[in-house]
Design a protein around this ligand. Structure first.
Ligand code: HEM
Length: 217
C-alpha cells in the first residue's frame, strides 16, 4: 500500500497544510477579518513555523526506528521528503524572523544576536540542515559515497541544536522544549543502542573466529 504514488501526494498535502493554514490566517488578517494571529502576528507566524519545523525534524528521526520496529521497509521512502519539509519550514521561520522581527534591517542583526545569543545556535542548526538538503539527492549520494552517510548523521546534531535554541529562548515555558528533548533522546537512544549492539556482536564474532583459528592451528 505504501508503494502507491498517491501516498506521496497525500503526504505532500499533509505537510503543506500548516503552511496553507498560516497563509489563510494572513489573508484573513490582511482583509480585516477575525483570525488567530493576535496582536503580534509576526511573532505568532514565526513561532508556528518553528513548531512545525521541529516536529518534522523529530518525525524524520522517527522513521528509521519505526521501519525497524514495525518491519515496514517502505517507510524509508518518505524520510527525505519529511526532512526537506522540515528544512523548508525552518527556512520560512528564518525569513519570518528577518521580515517581522528585524524588518529587513540587517544592521540591527548584530544587536539582536547580542540580545538573543540563541539565534547563533539556531543558525548553526539551519546551516547543517541546508547542507543535508543540498546533498539529499541521488546524484549527491552517488558522488559522495561513504562520506554521504557520515554527513547525514549530522542531522542528530542539528536536532539537538534546534532543541537547545528552543530551550534557550523559552525562558519559563519549558514544557514543549522538554517534550521535544525527551522524544529526541528516545530516538537517539534507540540508534545508540542498535549501534552498540551491532559493535558488540561483531567483536564477539571476531573473538570466536580467532579462538577457532587458534584451535585449528
Ligand atoms: C537562522 C536561524 C534561526 C533564527 C534567526 C531563529 C530565530 C528565532 C527567534 C527570534 C525565536 C524566538 C521567537 C519568540 O520570541 O517567541 C525562535 C524560536 C524558535 N525557533 Fe528559531 N531561529 C532559527 C533557526 C531555527 C531552527 C533551524 C529551528 C528548528 C528546526 C528553530 C526552531 C525554533 C523553535 C521551536 C522556537 C520556539 C517557538 C515557540 O516559542 O513556539 N529555529 N527562533
Amino acid at each position: 500500500m505504501l508503494k502507491s504514488p498517491w501516498i506521496k501526494v497525500f503526504l505532500h498535502l499533509a505537510l503543506l497544510l500548516p503552511l496553507l493554514e498560516e497563509c489563510w490566517q494572513i489573508w484573513l488578517l490582511m482583509n480585516g477579518m477575525p483570525n488567530r494571529l493576535g496582536p503580534d502576528p509576526g511573532k505568532v507566524i514565526l513561532e508556528d513555523l518553528a513548531t512545525v519545523a521541529i516536529w518534522l525534524l523529530l518525525l524524520g528521526l522517527a522513521i528509521t526506528p519505526a521501519k525497524q520496529i514495525f518491519k515496514i521497509s517502505d517507510l524509508i521512502r518518505f524520510r527525505r521528503m519529511v526532512g526537506l519539509y522540515a528544512f523548508t519550514y525552518a527556512l520560512l521561520h528564518l525569513l519570518s524572523y528577518l521580515a517581522f522581527i528585524l524588518g529587513w534591517d540587517f544592521r540591527a542583526l548584530w544587536e539582536d544576536i547580542v540580545k538573543r545569543p540563541y539565534i547563533i545556535v539556531g543558525t548553526l542548526s539551519l546551516v547543517i540542515l541546508a547542507a543535508l538538503a543540498a546533498t539529499s539527492f541521488k546524484a549527491a549520494m552517488k558522488f559522495m559515497g561513504r562520506r554521504w552517510k557520515k554527513l547525514h548523521q549530522m542531522v542528530y546534531l542539528a536536532v539537538l541544536l534546534a532543541i537547545l535554541h528552543e530551550w534557550w529562548q523559552a525562558k519559563e515555558a519549558l514544557s514543549e522544549p522538554l517534550l521535544h528533548l525527551v522524544i529526541a533522546s528516545l530516538l537517539l537512544g534507540y540508534r545508540l543502542f542498535h549501534f552498540l549492539n551491532k559493535a558488540f556482536s561483531v567483536s564477539k564474532n571476531q573473538q570466536s573466529f580467532r579462538r577457532a583459528a587458534r584451535k585449528n592451528s
